[in-house]
Design a binder for this molecule. Structure first.
Ligand SMILES: C[S@@+](CC[C@H](N)C(=O)[O-])C[C@H]1O[C@@H](n2cnc3c(N)ncnc32)[C@H](O)[C@@H]1O
Ligand code: SF4
Length: 309
């Protein structure tokens, strides 16, 4: 029997998006369509981050006509898509013109989409005006994920983030002023023992000054073979044990003065799962952390090894 094209099983249809693996996305984008509009990270120099260090992840942008072709294919194969995440590590590095073209194509070919989001470095925002960001917002860009990692300038220098408290603060406030929601990530344990206190307090100051809609903490996992984190701290980096990680979290949460930030520590790296709204649930969260500290102090044999992505 001759096979009609309409009899071909869906599995033989060309996949709508061409991915260069590995592909990462925040836990909250688990049900989103991931459109890989860039590959890798335009900075790729943070000492703790190995996400885009494989040779095939060297930073590049995907050709515009290819991106539009993929959006068209998603439109015909996944027409009910409601959320889109623009990959990779900082898709907001693309120019406003390119981002507008992508968002317009999503509107045209995937009309059920209600939110587009992306990872973003503070400097990706710095070079865009508030009016431009507003245009992107009007075209559907609803949320950006910014890895602040710390609000402490000493820690930020040692991890080679290429950002400061001020640059991160300014970008979050600019995005928010344009109507784009912001999710901020902070890394528990990023300062090691020596900088733990100031890392916690200054990270709280950063979120207090910016009031992000979403806030997440991840636990530092050191999977680098070359001791890159230690080198950044001139060899003076002592990782926190599990009870100390919880104590740092306590100090961070204690110093927050947030009106309405949805807080999550539910990433695969976390040993203490916390969920709630800060400040509404601050006292409950502090109680949960106190219980965890008491538990880990009573059982020093339990040492959490954070899993990587
Ligand atoms: C793709 S980046 C975030 C977006 C953007 N590239 C930035 O840095 O702002 C993903 C996030 O994963 C987290 N991350 C990466 N490596 C980590 C590690 N070794 N331990 C804990 N968190 C890590 C950081 O919070 C980082 O911001
Ligand atoms: S944390 Fe973000 S900016 Fe830093 S290297 Fe990783 S992906 Fe790039």
């Amino acid at each position: 029997m001759e096979i009609e094209p309409s009899n071909i099983l869906p599995m033989f249809i060309e996949p709508p998006v061409d991915y260069i693996q590995p592909v990462f996305r925040p836990p909250s984008e688990g049900r989103s369509l991931i459109l890989q509009v860039t590959n890798g990270c335009s900075w790729n120099k943070c000492t703790f981050c190995e996400m885009y260090t494989a040779p095939q992840k060297k930073f590049s942008t995907k050709a515009e006509d290819k991106v539009i072709e993929e959006i068209k294919r998603c439109g015909s194969q996944l027409p009910h898509t409601r959320r889109v995440f623009l990959g990779d590590g900082d898709a907001m590095v693309l120019s406003v013109r390119r981002l507008k073209t992508i968002l317009e194509a999503i509107k045209q070919y995937l009309p059920s989409v209600t939110r587009v989001s992306a990872y973003c470095l503070p400097r990706n925002i710095k070079n865009k005006t508030e009016a431009e960001l507003q245009e992107l917002r009007e075209l559907g860009l609803g949320l950006i994920y910014i890895g602040a990692e710390s609000g402490d300038d000493e820690v930020l220098t040692k991890i080679n983030k290429g950002e400061t408290f001020e640059t991160t603060k300014d970008s979050i406030l600019k995005a928010k002023a344009a109507g784009i929601k912001v999710s901020v990530m902070v890394i528990n344990g990023m300062g090691g023992k020596k900088f733990s206190k100031q890392h916690a307090i200054n990270s709280a100051k950063l979120v207090n000054a910016t009031q992000p809609e979403y806030l997440a903490t991840l636990v530092l996992f050191d999977h680098s073979q070359e001791g890159k984190i230690e080198q950044g701290f001139d060899g003076d980096f002592v990782p926190l044990n599990t009870a100390e990680l919880c104590e740092e979290m306590r100090s961070f949460i204690q110093h927050t003065k947030l009106d309405q930030s949805i807080f999550r520590s539910d990433h695969v790296s976390n040993h203490l799962i916390l969920k709630g709204v800060l400040g509404k649930n601050k006292e409950e969260m502090l109680e949960d952390i106190d219980d965890a500290i008491a538990h880990f102090k009573a059982h020093p044999e339990i040492q959490h090894k954070p899993s990587s992505f």
